[in-house]
Design a protein around this ligand. Structure first.
Ligand code: G1P
Length: 280
């Protein structure tokens, strides 16, 4: 079954400069927790306890975050502040973290291919931490858990999708497909960041993927596409044409934390619906 989850985290985060000048964008906090920790918790809740990061220059804070901090823990041992570290301590104790570097910014497909050394020959998930997916406890399973269940049934690559306004299609990979059932499509076409008038539908790919390992060879055969980058969307289209790739309209809400408005919206939501409720 699926055990591994890859986090491509080498990107620069230019939209958050100067905050991201010396700090990884994935470490920006949504209330009191870094963005990337939400993604890791979602993966672990789906049973994926081997987490691989594809990092780059200036990203060491991510590795430090998922490691023990002896000095800090010694300092606050026995005080009421210890509670603040419970969540991250549980992750550190139960999850296996590994790291590799992407030394050229050649696109998401290239980032995923750089992670091959951490994945090997098994199906795996990919999380783009910028896309924060929140499903409250009382609402059901997290997005990756929903996708892992689907994988058990269909055993092929799956991308998460959501309806977006047509004018936003230049921000996303857009799919077209035949409906298998409500909210589930067999992909027939995929285009990376099309102009609104060229978008085949309004169904956009969101940063959650389950990929079968044959994707690595397909990425290797994929020439640079949109913006001169190696696009996972192009490799997935080949996989869809050779066999099957599903698009799944997940249950839950997603915030585009790669943009300032999405980040603020996520912060307000998490403050009210998670943080305040935990305090009361
Ligand atoms: C990437 C993918 C795109 C997808 C998006 C989801 O783009 O290339 O297909 O829709 O993530 O967030 P990026 O946002 O990294 O430019």
């Amino acid at each position: 079954m699926i055990q591994k989850c890859l986090f491509p985290v080498a990107g620069y985060g230019t939209r958050f400069l100067p905050a991201t000048k010396s700090m990884p964008k994935e470490m920006l906090p949504i209330v009191n927790k870094p963005l990337v920790q939400y993604g890791v918790e979602e993966a672990v809740a789906a049973g994926l306890t081997k987490i691989g990061f594809v990092t780059g220059r200036g990203k060491r804070a991510i590795a430090d975050h998922f490691d023990v901090s002896f000095e800090l823990e010694h300092q606050i041992a026995g005080t009421d502040k210890e509670n603040y570290l419970t969540g991250i301590r549980t992750l550190i104790d139960t999850v296996n973290f590994s790291f590799t570097r992407q030394n050229k910014m050649l696109g998401l497909g290239h980032a995923i291919l750089s992670g091959e050394t951490l994945i090997g020959d098994e199906p795996f998930a990919v999380v783009l931490a910028d896309d924060l997916c929140i499903v409250l406890d009382e609402e059901g399973d997290g997005v990756l858990s929903q996708m892992v269940k689907l994988y058990k049934q269909f055993r092929c690559s799956i991308v998460a999708i959501e309806e977006v306004p047509k004018q936003d299609s230049p921000k996303y990979g857009i799919i077209a497909g035949s409906m298998i059932r409500e909210g589930l499509y067999n992909i027939t076409d995929m285009v990376e960041k099309p102009k609104p008038e060229e978008a085949p539908t309004n169904l956009a790919i969101i940063g959650r993927y389950i990929l079968t390992p044959d994707i690595f060879d397909l990425i290797r055969q994929t020439p640079p596409g949109k913006n001169g980058e190696i696009q996972i969307t192009d490799a997935l289209l080949k996989q869809a044409q050779n066999g099957c790739v599903l698009a799944y309209q997940f249950k839950g809400r997603r915030f585009d934390c790669g943009s300032v408005p999405g980040f603020i919206e996520a912060t307000n939501f998490c403050y009210q619906e998670i943080f305040c409720k935990q305090q009361s």
